[in-house]
Design a protein around this ligand. Structure first.
Ligand SMILES: CCC1=C(C)/C(=C/C2=NC(=C\c3[nH]c(/C=C4\NC(=O)[C@H](C)[C@H]4CC)c(C)c3CCC(=O)O)/C(CCC(=O)O)=C2C)NC1=O
Length: 169
């Protein structure tokens, strides 16, 4: 598992090079956004259960067929599994946000996920929609808490949705 700093060190060490201008710029931007990242993580941490609940309600309001007979989130067991998955995405997105690196998502969340979803007929499109709804809720809350640049919040959520949506070759 890597963060913005360790991944940079790894790349430069492999090449046996000192940090160049690009490396310094990327370190600067990581450290300059550091306070906002930690602050955003605090906001998420304080509201995680409510964020997941609200995102779930919005998702099922938008796509009510998911929780009707025949829908993948129909039955309390599968409804709960769906919200639990949303909670995983939120928690791991927070880790990646603080790390400034998406490695933790590859390693702990995305590996084999599409295959699992396909084998259980968990629909990817609606899952992606749920993740995007969560992102919007988080951004609103982070902005309301006074963080000016909420664009840092996009990256982990967009990364998960992009990787999850990628077509099999
Ligand atoms: C930390 C990394 C991690 C992830 C990401 C993870 C996901 C994950 N979601 C699963 C199931 C599931 N996932 C969903 C999710 C949904 N169904 C829908 O219709 C919605 C669109 C969506 C919610 C947004 C459902 C309903 C199941 C249960 C499917 C079944 O058992 O039939 C399963 C199968 C095993 C189980 O039920 O626990 C896994 C492994 N597990 C992990 O350890």
């Amino acid at each position: 598992m890597r963060d913005a700093v360790t991944s940079l060190i790894k790349n430069y060490d492999i090449a046996g090079r000192y940090f160049d201008r690009n490396a310094i710029d990327s370190l600067k931007s990581y450290f300059e956004s550091g306070t906002a990242r930690v602050y955003a993580a605090g906001v998420i941490n304080g509201n995680a259960a409510a964020i997941v609940k609200e995102a779930g309600l919005k998702l099922f309001e938008e796509l009510p067929e998911l929780i009707r007979p025949g829908g993948n989130a129909y039955t309390t067991r599968r409804y709960a599994a769906c919200l639990r998955d949303m909670d995983y995405y939120l928690r791991y997105a927070t880790y990646a946000l603080v790390a400034g690196n998406m490695d933790v998502l590859d390693e702990r969340v995305l590996q084999g996920l599409r295959e699992t979803y396909n084998s259980l007929s968990v629909p990817i499109g609606p899952t992606v929609r749920g993740i995007q709804i969560m992102k919007d809720i988080v951004k609103e809350q982070v902005a309301a808490a006074g963080v000016a640049n909420t664009s840092i919040v996009d990256e982990p959520f967009d990364y998960i949705t992009r990787e999850l949506s990628e077509q099999d070759i």
